[in-house]
Design a protein around this ligand. Structure first.
Ligand code: ADP
Ligand code: ASP
Ligand code: MG
Length: 497
């Protein structure tokens, strides 16, 4: 349900880890928020300080395995990262509440680590979620406190108070109706008071109040879940690049900014490895119909990329059919070969329903009928789980020789090229694979998405960067540059004022 307050828009902005990576970065976020809050109602979602979530995961691993010295080192690092930020950020201000808050969180982490060191058991999933989400809790508190001390009224909100999820710890799904009720009750009164609500990203809680997390990189998702829950006009995701680029700039320095992409393109891009937006973050925006902006907190004057909630009626004429090239560098190819007289669809049906139950995602799959082979390309981190599942599900078929021993090939990379304009355009595959052929790298497997929005193919992992650059040069090089965006698009671009 949309709430209108005069001409004021309701904006949810999310700041990623690098955007709160230091005291200076916190100040920059605060200045962006303060400027926007002069005109609009603002709800902020914050990630942990860069590297902190990884650090907590490492800490839990060393505690679980009984390595007390390494655990202590990690705890000390956690403490010093936050103490440094607090000392620099609150220099000349009042740092007491920030220090107390950080000390409390550190105390919680320390006592949990001591218990794990003593027990040496696996970390229960709910304990892990309660602990890995603590980085966000501190950074949200620090930002809210800093804003207040600098004259922007703001209130810190724990993620658990805003987002209600199921109990799939580590990869929870939001209950949108319950979340909307919570957010209306907790967040909107804050904006009505003219204050900024600063919510910890990445996590939520079950209806019983147990902390859950939304998956790694999940603060983007927190922002769009909240955006949908409160009927936001727009969600702005502040990060460390100028927007969505035609390729990961770390792989392809010549990648260019895409002024606008469709939400379907964003979904594909994220699914195939572009970290700039979380794969699930688009769904709440699709349902609620608001645009998402990707913006650079280091260069707020750059308009960024608008992810349009609806597909534009027609592609711009001079546009290249391929908008972006992306890759997953760590994937695996699992091959299943059935005996000739076994109907593969039967096996596939059984297999895919088990994958669904276990929430295992495939990057792509291909089936070739004459030799009864099914190839599954998955993220490497899922491949061992998938292989075990196949062994268990087809124990009898494997024992009877109806299914040959499965093979798992690691060190595979998946490249995806995508763009709405590929739909119905002739010759894209020919151009794509000619560009790959010129690199002399051979393709292991390939598939075109049924929506014709993306084509993905697998190559040896170590060749990913070369192939991405070659394909990018073919479709997104200077000769393919789209015309400059129309002024109207930029003007409605809700640039931070
Ligand atoms: P944050 O900490 O702000 O959430 P992330 O590291 O999760 O930031 O995502 C931003 C990073 O995503 C960029 O630094 C960039 O290297 C990477 N990236 C990968 N593919 C793309 C792409 N197509 N466009 C922009 N950035 C990309
Ligand atoms: N801090 C969390 C992570 O590193 C969530 C996020 O940054 O979006 O996964
Ligand atoms: Mg991220």
């Amino acid at each position: 349900m949309k709430e209108t307050a005069g001409a004021q828009r309701l904006i949810v902005m999310k700041f990623g880890g690098t955007s709160v990576g230091s005291a200076e970065r916190f100040r920059q976020c605060a200045s962006i928020i303060a400027r926007t809050a002069k005109h609009d109602r603002v709800i902020v979602v914050v990630s942990a300080v860069a590297g902190v979530t990884d650090l907590i995961f490492r800490m839990l691993e060393t505690a679980r395995t009984g390595d007390a010295a390494a655990t202590e080192l990690h705890l000390k690092k956690f403490e010093s990262i936050h103490q440094t930020v607090i000392a620099e950020l609150f220099h000349g201000l009042r740092p007491e509440s920030a220090l107390n808050f950080a000390a409390q969180v550190l105390g919680q982490l320390r006592s949990s680590c001591m218990a794990l060191l003593a027990l040496r058991t696996d970390v229960p999933a709910q304990t892990q979620d309660a602990l890995v989400s603590l980085g966000e809790r501190i950074s949200a508190f620090l930002l809210a406190n800093y804003l207040c001390q600098n004259g922007t009224g703001s209130e810190f909100i724990r993620a658990e108070a805003a987002i209600v999820t199921d109990n799939t710890f580590g990869n929870a799904t939001p209950d949108m109706a319950a979340t909307a009720a919570r957010c209306h009750h907790v967040l909107l009164p804050i904006t009505r008071r003219g204050h900024v609500a600063v919510v910890a990203g990445y996590s939520g809680a079950t209806p019983e109040g147990q902390t859950t997390t939304l998956g790694r990189g999940g603060s983007d998702y927190s922002a769009t879940i909240i955006g949908s829950a409160i009927g936001a006009d727009e969600v702005w995701i502040w990060t460390d690049v100028d927007g969505v680029l035609s390729a990961d700039p770390r792989i392809c320095p010549e990648a260019t900014i895409l002024p606008e992409i469709t939400i379907a393109e964003a979904v594909e891009l994220a699914y195939y490895g572009a970290k700039v937006i979380h794969p699930k973050a688009a769904y709440p925006a699709i349902q609620a119909g608001f645009p998402i902006w990707i913006k650079n907190s280091f260069r707020p004057e750059v308009p960024g990329t608008r992810i349009a909630p609806v597909v534009p009626s027609e592609a711009r004429p001079a546009e290249s059919p391929v908008k972006a090239v992306t890759c997953v560098t760590r994937a695996a190819l699992i091959m299943l070969v059935t005996r000739g007289d076994v109907h593969p669809a039967e096996l596939i049906g059984k297999l895919f329903s088990r994958f669904g139950q276990e929430r295992l995602d495939m990057l792509f799959s291909m089936q070739s009928s004459p030799d009864h082979t099914l190839g599954l390309v998955m993220r490497e981190e899922d491949s061992a789980h998938a292989a075990r599942l196949i062994q268990n599900t087809f124990r009898i078929e494997l024992a009877q020789g109806l299914l040959e021993p499965i093979s798992v090939q690691n060190n595979v990379g998946v490249i995806a090229v995508l763009g709405e304009a590929m739909k119905g355009t002739c010759g894209v595959l020919a151009r794509l694979f000619s560009a790959v052929a010129r690199t002399r790298i051979s393709v292991i497997a390939a598939a075109q998405g049924a929506s014709q929005l993306s084509i993905c193919f697998a190559v040896p992992s170590e060749t990913c960067a070369t192939v991405v650059r070659a394909v990018h040069a073919e479709f997104c090089g200077p000769q393919n540059s789209p015309p400059p965006p129309e002024p109207a698009v930029i003007e409605t671009a809700t640039e931070a004022r």
